[in-house]
Design a protein around this ligand. Sequence first.
Ligand code: SAH
Length: 264
Amino acid sequence: MGCVWFVGAGPGDPDLITVKGRRLIEQAGAILYAGSLVDVAATRYAPPGCRLQDSKSMTLDQIGDWLIREAGRCETVVRLQTGDPGLYGALAEMTRRLDAAGMTWRSVPGVTSAMAAAAAAGESLTLPDVTQTVILTRVAGRTPMPPGENLESLAAHGATLCIYLSATLLPEVERALRAAGWPADAPMLVVQKASWPDAERIVRGRLDEIDRLCHESGIDSQAMIVASPALGARGWADLSPSKLYDPAFGHRFRAASTPENPHE
Ligand code: SAH
């Protein structure tokens, strides 16, 4: 039996797959890819004769059966998923089936869309003295949120929030953030199809207008919502510099400079 590799394809730009992921695609006998976001990487790097299948219309059982069947036929089977396979990717549901069938499988991480959105907008998700924490979450849709994880309580931390799967739920995002004490003019960022050549769209606005702005731009899917007190920091007059590069702040790779030793 071959090995089933769950490979993170990254957020959309085929150049953002890892070297390891690409190498696995290049040697794959069969690739099952998850919908339109990753078919470019699959078709660009797959070898001639590789069996390619879109899993869009398949159930979890059918996906499991397909992977097991193909692993009986070829050495390398790739299940290609958007972003990172460990985030909203039904990885556990699939791998437990493979475990039950006695199959070998491995997972290869990918660039998740939250990071691609930050990169697209030129934003840092952490900033000294402002926020040092990033919360990856979503708003309840058809999938309910577990107790203790509603957006209002997560937003109360005041940390950076990267909100997946919620492009149509911006009114709820606004309600939750306002209830948690975020101001109406808190900066918001929405990036649709982050990293996609020619398709990426960036919308910035205040918390109380971001829903309308996204509506007007027709953004209702494949979008990352970022709420963070660090947004726009590169334009601040009073940005406090990171200690990492502060001459007075020594660390493992550089001694602090002192009046006696100013050039260290
Ligand atoms: N495993 C994926 C997430 C899958 S859930 C990852 O790690 O990124 C699907 C959600 O991811 C979408 O609703 C959207 O919120 C986000 N997403 C995926 N690709 C995106 C992209 N290129 N740009 C913005 N958001 C994206």
